[in-house]
Design a binder for this molecule. Structure first.
Ligand code: BES
Ligand code: ZN
Length: 613
């Protein structure tokens, strides 16, 4: 493999020689060709005076020219052969000897650009206009823009985007204005003043409208969903304030939300100024808004303080889950609830490690990413092992009050920067430097937590009162025989929080399958067949498949066809594939829907279902 960057094994770029300091995009969206075309201007800073080349990441991009903007001189460049996943390294010979200067690259993306999904009008809720959205994290930005596609580099950006006037265009930036062009299209101008990594550049174009949900927040989505979305995310401002109370000022100006079409592969994506979320959050009762708390938390952990490489991904996600749970429990004014969520996280970690195998290198908190596709290694491990590590350290070092002061100091220290796990650890030791704290920190098994696969070396202590109710009810179901089921009634779960119902259902996975008579009865008394909360529905389907309750197959296939959130789609397909009664139908269903699905989801499902490309 050609030399990858010295600091980031997922990038070819050479920021240690020449650094991108500002990005300006001038692009046209073409819905018929499925391309973005135009140019990117990169303001470069020469870090090493003798540097002759700037090396950029690209994938599937056609470059037509590179010029030095000051002299208008054409620059020589070479586009290396494509390396799977990482793309083609673009090497540009610099002639301008100034420390700071700007180059312009004229290019076009390919219709297969992995960062973009192009939807036909029929694939949208309104079926009127086509739709385009991006997903750059982790290393897809290079398929949309030639850039230093490493989170160790941060730059502000501006953009001018030309698109048909029937679509609205938004980016992970503030909209400065829109103008009609001579050919009847529109040009929209955007500005992002905060330095940010390439994976946070985002674009959407479609038939979307907005509704105000707070003093600095709007929700955007197709007209069909706008009222439901505004209702669901009404707590956004309270969450922002809770975040500010914990970590300091929100620096990004607006915090808007975009509810995407159902094929969006993630629960949420923290694109600055405009979080992207899946429509599966629209439960109708605000019960899934914790995903918004998560994306809000990224405004500090991830977007302000950023992981320096994808090996340090836990610094983004583990921290964010930790802060998300603080925000959610502040809104509920319940530390017991935070402890419940954290213990539920430990459960998820156990489940994930069981599925991946305790020897699997991706179960390390800080995995070696050389030659690894970050989409491949993605799992709950950095989220839940990372949050467990912080939860454990918080308890060790004196509890929330003490630890929250540290969190704020951490943000203050590293805001605007990218950090490695070593930077993180050094600052922790520097902050907790009394003899007493140093003594406590000396007891931590750093090697085990950070670099060894499998479950962590220590389990934190959790308040288990909310989890116990779920377990008691589950044990009753497990203990009784099929002719004793009439004693169960809806009142069993009436006082449960939605996440407790989810916890009650998910725990059955640790036991032998229950009978079909039991799942049938449970579905009826607890009204699980009509549940609107996607997390509960997901666990319910898994339980029914585990019980081999055949009538559930249609329902499960419907669920994985109606939405493409990988967190749900992957495990449900995996379960359907394992069961002989549904294996072929799962394959057929995937093949029938594959063209409508997001490319990242397709790649994962091809492996799970053993379907050749
Ligand atoms: N940044 C992630 C999504 C992501 C990670 C996309 C890596 C691509 C590569 C986002 O903040 C996230 O974690 N989403 C979760 C939300 C959940 C933990 C509340 C999701 O999508 O499920
Ligand atoms: Zn996240």
């Amino acid at each position: 493999m050609p030399a990858l960057s010295q600091t980031d094994p997922s990038s070819f770029s050479n920021p240690e020689d020449v650094l991108v300091e500002h990005i300006h995009l001038d692009l046209t969206v073409c819905f018929t060709k499925h391309t973005l075309s135009g140019s990117v201007q990169l303001k470069l800073k020469r870090v090493k005076p003798e540097a002759e080349f700037v090396v950029l990441d690209t994938r599937g991009i056609t470059v037509t020219s590179v010029v030095d903007l000051e002299s208008a001189e054409k620059l020589q460049y070479t586009l290396a052969e494509k390396v799977a996943v990482f793309g083609s390294k673009l090497t540009i010979r610099l002639t301008n000897r100034k420390t700071e200067h700007t180059i312009e690259i004229t290019y076009e993306t390919s219709p297969e650009c992995s960062a973009l999904q192009w939807l036909r009008p029929e694939q949208t809720a309104g079926k009127r206009q086509p739709y385009l959205f991006s997903q750059c994290e982790a290393i897809h930005c290079r398929s949309m823009i030639p850039c230093q596609d490493t989170p160790s580099v941060k730059a502000p950006y501006t953009a001018k985007i030309k698109a048909p006037s029937v679509v609205k265009v938004l980016m992970s930036a503030l909209l400065e204005g829109s103008e009609k062009t001579e050919d009847g299209q529109m040009v929209h101008s955007f500005r992002q003043n905060q330095p940010m990594p390439s994976y946070l550049i985002a674009i959407v174009a479609g038939d979307i409208v907005s509704k105000e949900i707070g003093p600095r927040s709007k929700v955007w989505t197709e007209p069909e969903l706008i009222e439901a979305a505004a209702y669901e995310f009404a707590e956004t401002e309270s969450m922002l304030q809770a975040g500010e109370g914990l970590l300091g000022p929100y620096v990004w100006g607006h915090y808007d939300l975009l509810v995407l079409p159902p094929s969006f592969p993630y629960g949420g994506m923290e694109n600055p100024c405009l979080t992207f979320v899946t429509p599966t959050l629209l439960a109708g009762d605000r019960s899934l808004a914790d995903v918004v708390a998560h994306e809000i938390a990224h405004s500090w952990t991830g977007n302000l303080v950023t992981n320096a490489s994808w090996s340090d991904f836990w610094l983004n996600e583990g921290f964010t889950v930790f802060v998300e749970r603080k925000i959610v429990s502040r809104l509920k004014d319940s530390e017991v609830y935070r402890q419940f969520l954290a213990s539920r996280g430990w459960r998820i970690l156990t489940e994930t490690i069981k599925q991946l195998g305790a020897e699997n290198k991706f179960t390390c908190l800080v995995p070696d990413m050389l030659g690894v596709d970050p989409d491949e290694s993605f799992s709950s491990v950095p989220y839940e092992k990372g949050q467990a590590f912080l939860f454990y350290l918080e308890q060790l070092l004196g509890g929330p009050e003490v630890f929250e002061k540290y969190l704020r100091a951490y943000i203050d220290k590293f805001k605007g920067k990218s950090v490695t796990t070593a930077d993180w650890k050094a600052f922790l030791l520097e902050y907790f430097n009394t003899e007493e704290d140093a003594g406590k920190l000396a007891t931590v098994d750093w090697q085990g937590w950070m670099y060894e696969p499998g479950m962590p070396p220590q389990k934190p202590v959790y308040d288990t009162s909310l989890a116990e109710n779920c377990e008691e009810l589950r044990n009753r179901w497990l203990g009784l025989s099929d002719d004793q089921l009439t004693q169960f009634t809806l009142s069993d779960i009436e006082d449960f929080q939605p996440m407790q119902i989810e916890q009650f259902l998910s725990g059955f996975a640790d036991h032998d399958p229950i009978s079909c008579a039991k799942v049938k009865h449970m579905g009826e008394v607890y009204k699980l067949n009509t549940v609107t909360n996607a997390e509960i529905k997901f666990r319910w389907l898994q339980l029914c498949i585990q019980a081999q309750h055949e009538p559930i197959i249609d329902e499960a296939l419907q669920f994985v066809s109606d939405q493409g959130r990988m967190k749900f789609v992957q495990p449900v397909y995996r379960d359907l594939y394992k069961w002989s009664a549904s294996r072929q139908r799962a394959k057929d269903n995937f093949l029938a829907h594959r063209n409508e699905m997001h490319n990242i989801t397709v790649a994962k499902l091809e492996k799970i279902l053993d379907v050749k490309k």
